[in-house]
Design a protein around this ligand. Structure first.
Ligand SMILES: *Cc1c(COP(=O)(O)O)cnc(C)c1O
Length: 413
């Protein structure tokens, strides 16, 4: 006969369990004290913005205008060294690497750099390093993208969805860019004929139900072209959803203007995937842009790239994903960095990514847990990498491992 525990006794057990649960995130809560974020550095960021505005003699209206941000991207050491303290050695390496790989930083993204931190994760993503120049490993096109392009602007690797590249331009050229080969030296919007050709391809291929407009950066084309593309896509009956890929929510949140939101609100269902890599990028200004998109009805997802020295740390990723939920961005993917020439110094081992996933599940909201994926070679698709929770199985049972590493028998009749 089972003895039914009294209410008091049950509550005592719950209280003890709560103590154990608190202990499970005590190390994380301690680590948070040392993780800088865009919210807790906002005052210093605003001061940096004032210095940059003064340098460019820019008004607040200029600063908040994405055309101004784009036009005044920093692309030379001469300008950079007036906005950021640089060692002689750094200047040399920026010049060396810059002669081989293009770089450009928006004034806004530049303002997120902490000049007192030599290992600043924002700086590593935007300022060229000598390691890019010295890297002779990796491939220009590890995904064999050119073999999966049935129409000039299209990349197709899946049955029911595909990518349309609308431009090669970005607001900023990420140092870890996986498409460096397509960036070139010139900003090129995809010619109208190629977009027309892509639309024709879509009209003829009825199994395609999901179209992803990207680049480059999908928001680097003007609002009129975006409105035209969405109008055309909405006329195709088998296209169920549209998506955009854009990093402007991180690097140039000024891009999310009223007109763009207005266009989007007339073309739902619409999804935007962006690319935050570190909590420092999640600022009040970024929040403003994301909330605006959300109010227009757009659902925002995040695709992080796992980068050595930037975010290859379980606590940084946990904090990033929790902060993203606060600005209405849902963590979607963590990508393992591919072997792209010039980016080897950012690569981690897959085991590190799996460890990061292990330290998310159970420790934080399911909403804060993306899927960790390796991109299979030859364009064979995103492939999930997961910690193992199914330990073994028998005829009528399985053995499961919980997030706390408890192994239990689970009936499976
Ligand atoms: C990533 C990708 C997609 C979208 O994949 P989802 O897993 O549906 O987000 C579509 N086409 C190509 C070529 C891709 O690389």
């Amino acid at each position: 006969m089972t003895h039914e525990k009294g209410l008091k006794e049950k509550q005592e057990i719950a209280l003890q369990r709560a103590e154990v649960l608190k202990e499970a995130i005590a190390d994380y809560r301690e680590a948070l004290k040392t993780i800088p974020t865009g919210f807790n550095r906002w005052q210093q960021i605003l001061e940096a913005q004032n210095r940059i505005k003064a340098f460019f003699k820019a008004s607040d209206d200029d600063w908040n205008n994405w055309r101004w941000q784009l036009k005044n991207r920093v692309t030379t050491v001469d300008v950079l060294k007036q906005l950021l303290p640089l060692e002689k050695e750094e200047i040399d390496s920026i010049e060396k690497t810059g002669s081989q790989y293009r770089w450009a930083v928006s004034p806004y993204y530049l303002s997120l750099i902490d000049p007192d931190n030599p290992d600043d994760p924002v700086k590593k993503q935007c300022i060229p390093s000598i390691q890019e120049h010295l890297d002779h490993c990796g491939y220009d096109d590890p995904m064999g993208e050119e073999y999966t392009s049935p129409s000039p602007a299209i990349t197709r690797r899946y049955a029911d969805r595909l990518i349309v590249k609308v431009t090669n331009q970005c607001a900023m050229y990420c140092r870890h860019c996986q498409r460096r080969r397509a960036i070139g030296e010139k900003d090129l919007a995809t010619p109208r004929e190629h977009l027309e050709e892509a639309l024709d391809y879509l009209r003829k291929n009825e199994e395609v139900r999901d179209v992803l407009l990207t680049g480059g950066d999908g928001f680097m084309i003007d609002n009129q072209t975006i409105a035209w593309l969405l109008d055309e896509l909405d006329k195709i009956p088998h296209i169920e959803i549209k998506r955009f890929g854009s990093r402007t929510l991180v690097t140039m949140p000024q891009r999310i203007d009223d007109e763009l939101c207005d266009i989007f609100s007339r073309h739902l269902p619409l999804y935007v995937n962006t690319h935050y890599n570190h909590p420092l990028e999640v600022t009040p200004r970024a929040q403003e842009a994301c909330f605006k998109l959300s109010r227009a009805g757009v659902s925002i997802g995040n695709q992080t790239v796992l980068l050595k020295g930037v975010n290859n740390d379980p606590f940084i990723i946990r904090k990033l994903n929790q902060d993203l939920l606060q600005i209405m961005v849902r963590p979607y993917y963590i990508f393992h960095a591919k072997a792209v020439k010039g980016t080897s110094h950012f690569r981690t081992r897959v085991e590190e990514g799996i460890e990061i996933m292990e330290k998310l599940r159970g420790y934080t909201s399911g909403l804060a847990i993306p899927t960790y994926v390796v991109n299979a070679p030859q364009g064979l698709g995103k492939t999930p990498m997961l910690p193992e929770y199914l330990v073994s199985s028998g005829k009528d049972y399985i053995m499961i491992r919980t997030w706390e590493n408890k192994v239990l028998r689970y009936e499976n009749e």
